[in-house]
Design a protein around this ligand. Structure first.
Ligand code: GLN
Ligand code: ZN
Length: 762
């Protein structure tokens, strides 16, 4: 009999009930006991869903009040000193203070750093290691949840982040040691955990080692061998799970560690399947992750069965089937989507539906395809229908895609020539000041937008309200004396969703929430078909803003790579093609903006870096098509039109050449939090165009000082000639209050004036 299992289930709850409970608890309107009760009932509900779907081994320990890496830190007693932990079971509020800096009890403490979980949009809390880091079992959460599930009668498979991936994901907080040195101290605690699980009667435990798909190098590979030899002794059977990519140089290692089974993400590492089968010992279980846990498309079951059937012959009961990775990265249940176009809906599968597919595959293998002929045919018909659907294929878009030529990806002349032409009409002072795009998104704006969507107010009323906001933003910028204005983006709910709604080829869910971090969830758009722009998207708003002032107003768009990276993307053509289609649509918008007289246009690429592949050898290929897409979007304009871009991640040092290759006339970046340390890269790399290094942190309500800004700009001018420097905040202002914005920008403009005056004296 072939078994099925699941690697992890979304925790947030349909209708986001965990989010709601967490936020109530943080506010003080829910007790800790009730929060735990909500959590327990969610776990129970989720186990039931998985059991009902027909999953043989139910994951336990994947549930988290905040983050599973943080849970692992708690379990291992990795609590930074500043949280004042004295040993013993770590309390709930210490946990939340680590995650978010504050909790209903205890002193506010600076939170632990958060960073992206591999190439997903989920963020984990980075473990902090000190030089004398010790480990001890400091949380019983996993064991309690195992008992909880066992008492209901489930066959449980506890899920644990493996010791090597855990170390890999953490950060040394002291100088002079390597986190890998900590492994010796970590192994006994993992042994203790595995021993306890065995004592609880657990047959299989899932150890996640996604680090095995990264460039870890020989030393870490040796550490894997050393560590797993010692784990194998007193333990339930270990299923070593890898996901999100190919094993490549770690394949032999992953296949031969002394465990009892290996999980392979066949969606992303299908090309390695044969090799894995050849190398895997005859005693190992091979778990095939064949249902995509990273995307929302229905599985082509025939195609998967064609792979699984021969495997069944070969492996027999040693074959397990599962989703490719944890289902944390997809929404929970498609059935909630009552407003989605029926045809598009039929092409989709969320977590619950994906488990149904796993179970159907199992039945087909165990009982023969005849036993499930009807659902298989149903699924086949839908897949075939999707392939042919007119909703997807737009020949005009395909033709345009095929006819992109090099000239479309290049500005007509060099930056030097262009900037002279731009300066001829812009006549900007030294250190021009601008902002990144958004102004405060107040409760009022959100309220009227909600009403407009529910059709409780007329379009006119809504538009007038937005115009009012634009006017307010323009007036403030005028008063403050900024040099290049923005309209403030009041009409945009979200920088991707706004454009997705106006482009063809995008669909939106009502409840398709995916956890981003803590209680924060996002609802990514679904790109299902060829992308095109039926009509101008932003010109009317920007023209209105421009009509209110003599100063230039920047057109404001979200770039193709960012739209792509923050959406669920179609799986029937390369991502690069979808990206180029979005770029073509944006190119039309950029050209239209120019036509109506907007001659500074910003195309944001906040998520360019996020799309970097997990293996360095794959970076260049991605950067090539990503940069090309940006250039397709912006290269249709005249030389005198100034193209800006904005990126808000730290650490662009290793992709600076690609950023320069985007050839934007001006780039604004986030640097303020590192005191411009990020600009160090310009010591060795001669960045050719203009830059606005963010001079203050918009994530904080604090008002920056003139001195602070001046010092930062002086630092910047040691790296980049002053003639190519701009002054701006480090990101959009939508999360701030008007008062804060007014104060901060006043200081910023004053600082610019002072710098100019100083320069004149020189
Ligand atoms: N133009 C956008 C804004 O100001 C950019 C947001 C971002 O970089 N994340 O809000
Ligand atoms: Zn930003």
């Amino acid at each position: 009999m072939i078994q099925t299992h699941n690697l992890g289930f979304p925790r947030i709850g349909d209708q986001r009930s965990l989010k709601i409970a967490l936020e109530q608890y943080w506010k003080g309107s829910m007790s800790a006991q009730n929060l735990q009760r909500t959590a327990a009932s969610l776990r129970k509900r989720h186990w039931k869903i998985q059991d009902r779907a027909g999953i043989s081994y139910i994951p336990v320990g994947d549930f988290s009040l905040d983050d599973h890496v943080l849970d692992t830190s708690l379990m291992l007693g990795v609590i930074p000193e500043r949280f004042g932990w004295q040993g013993g079971e770590v309390g709930l509020d210490t946990y939340f203070r680590m995650a978010r800096g504050r909790a209903p009890t205890g002193l506010d403490t600076s939170a632990c750093e958060m960073t992206k979980w591999f190439d997903t949009n989920y963020h984990y809390i980075v473990p902090e290691f000190s030089k004398d880091q010790s480990f001890e079992l400091a949380s019983n959460k996993l064991f309690d949840e195992v008992s909880e599930a066992q008492s209901i009668g489930y066959q449980v498979k506890p899920v644990l982040l493996g010791p090597l991936s855990y170390l890999w994901l953490g950060k040394e907080k002291d100088e002079g040691f390597d986190k890998l040195d900590l492994l010796e101290g970590l192994i006994p605690v993992y042994q203790e955990i595995l021993g306890k699980l065995q004592a609880q009667g657990v047959a299989w435990v899932q150890l996640d080692e996604p680090a095995l798909i990264l460039d870890i190098g020989a030393q870490w590979r040796d550490a894997f061998t050393h560590c797993y030899k010692q784990l194998a002794t007193q333990s339930p059977k270990i299923l070593l799970t890898t996901y999100f990519g190919e094993l490549r140089d770690n394949l032999e290692l992953a296949c031969t560690l002394p465990v009892h089974g290996l999980h392979l993400d066949v969606v992303r590492a299908g090309s390695e399947l044969q090799k894995v089968i050849n190398v895997l010992p005859e005693t190992h279980v091979l778990s095939i992750g064949c249902v995509d846990g990273r995307n929302i498309w229905r599985t082509d079951l025939d195609q998967v069965l064609a792979v699984l059937q021969p495997l069944k012959e070969k492996l027999g009961h040693r074959l397990w089937i599962a989703p490719s990775c944890s289902l944390l990265h997809v929404p929970i249940d498609l059935e909630w989507e009552t407003e989605l176009d029926g045809e598009i809906k039929s092409w989709l599968a969320f977590a619950k539906q994906k488990l149904g597919e796993v179970s159907l595959l199992q039945q087909a293998l165990n009982q023969g395809v005849e036993a499930v002929a009807t659902p298989l045919k149903w699924s086949r018909d839908i897949c075939n229908h999707r392939k042919r659907s007119e909703k997807i294929h737009n020949t005009r878009v395909q033709e345009r895609l095929n006819n992109i030529h090099d000239a479309m990806t290049q500005r007509h002349t060099s930056f030097e020539t262009r900037s002279a032409l731009q300066q001829a009409w812009l006549k900007l002072p030294l250190y021009p000041t601008t902002t990144i795009g958004s102004f405060p998104q107040t409760a009022n704006i959100r309220a009227i937008r909600r009403k407009f969507k529910k059709e409780e107010v007329q379009e006119n009323t809504y538009h007038d309200a937005m115009k009012g906001e634009i006017k307010k933003a323009i007036n403030l910028q005028e008063e403050l004396g900024l040099d290049v204005f923005v309209h403030g983006e009041p009409e945009r709910n979200d920088m991707v969703e706004y454009f997705g709604e106006l482009l063809d080829g995008f669909a939106f869910t009502q409840h398709g929430w995916v956890q981003s971090y803590g209680s924060r969830c996002v609802k990514p758009p679904i790109i299902y078909g060829d992308v095109s722009r039926p009509e101008p998207m932003t010109t009317a708003w920007i023209m209105y803003a421009q009509s209110l002032t003599q100063k230039p107003v920047k057109g404001m768009l979200t770039g193709p790579v960012t739209i792509l990276n923050w959406s669920f993307v179609r799986d029937d053509q390369p991502r690069s093609d979808t990206c180029a289609q979005i770029a073509l649509a944006l190119r039309d918008e950029v050209n239209d903006l120019e036509k109506v007289g907007i001659r500074i246009i910003q195309v944001d690429e906040a998520a360019l870096r996020e799309g970097l592949p997990l293996r360095k050898e794959d970076w260049q290929h991605y950067l090539d098509w990503a940069v090309r897409a940006f250039r397709i979007a912006v290269s249709g304009v005249q030389d005198s039109t100034q193209i800006h871009t904005h990126m808000c991640y730290s650490n662009f040092n290793d992709i600076i050449a690609a950023i320069a290759a985007m050839d934007a006339d001006v780039i604004t970046i986030e640097t303020s939090r590192s005191d411009m340390a990020l600009l160090d890269v310009f010591k060795s790399f001669d960045y050719p165009n203009a830059i606005g290094p963010g001079v203050y942190d918009i994530h904080s309500p604090n008002v920056p000082s003139i001195e602070h800004i001046s010092t930062l700009m002086q630092l910047a001018s040691q790296r980049i000639p002053a003639q190519r420097l701009w002054i701006n905040p480090d990101c959009g202002l939508k999360t701030r209050a008007w008062k804060e914005v007014e104060k901060a920008l006043t200081v910023m403009v004053d600082a610019a004036r002072k710098l100019r005056a100083d320069q004149e004296v020189l």
